[in-house]
Unconditional design. Sequence first.
Length: 326
Amino acid sequence: MELRHLRYFVAAAEEEHFGRASDRLFVTRPAVSQIIADLEDELGVELFERQPHKVKLTAAGQALLPRLQSIMSDLSQAVTLAKQVGEGKVGGLSIGYGSLTLYHPLFRAAIKRFLEYHPNVALTLVEMPTSEQVKAVLEGRIQAGFMHFGPDAGAPRKQRKGIVQAEGKASLERYVIQTGGLGVVVPADHPLAKRKAVSLSQLAGERFVVVPRSSVSPGYGPLFAFCQEAGFEPQVVQEVHSIASQMNLISVGVGIGLAVLGKDFTYPSGLAVIKLTDVNYRTNFQLCWMKGRIEPVLQQFIAVVQELSGANHGKAAASGAAADSH
């Protein structure tokens, strides 16, 4: 028994006519008659009473029809669902992000547009620092993440040799959304707040709020190295676990801090971000995912990010993602 036997039976039963069933199925009338006869032979019962101008279901046919109609409906829904999943219109998607990502407008725009384009996708947003995102992608706990990276040379030696570097470098693909540099964040009422640029030496005597395990803002090692080159030792008064906490403490006057400087990053009101003229520190804001593992729904999300960021602001490339958390 083949699927077409059941399809022909349902069509003939609903039309009560082999000729109309053949028109509906785009086959010849003899083909319908033969398939029905084959089905009846296989079942060992008659399903239709043949009359001069129509056919009528027997008791056996009446028992079979509603069950086959239900099966054919389930089959049609299953085929439709498979197509939608294959096209990325249905399914689930888990995306990671860190606190720095919230300061970039593309994140908000991408989430909003994706939900508008794909209302039947269950989107889960998971807040975690970049280093945890890398591991989560490798372990399959999230499918992609908005990640931030500083230069490899700025990372402490011990961190550069960690699991993120070893596994992530060969296992992640990335889409670079934006590159940036390093600036200093001060309260809006700080004496330097109106400056367009400052040198690191002008920060001597300032108190610093740092994120020691940040993947993109210099922690202790790079911060001390930069300041020592500028001729002073930095005074660290507070360490925090996220960029958001750093910004909050700076805004209430606890100290100043170093943070990503990029034309699209928008920090909270009450803060001023000033360019550092004598620090060469390149940063990258990227969407990263497991190499060779792009499911249709993830491909749709990547397409939205690429559409919003534009061809001039990012490029797709298979690459490693060496990072520590921010």
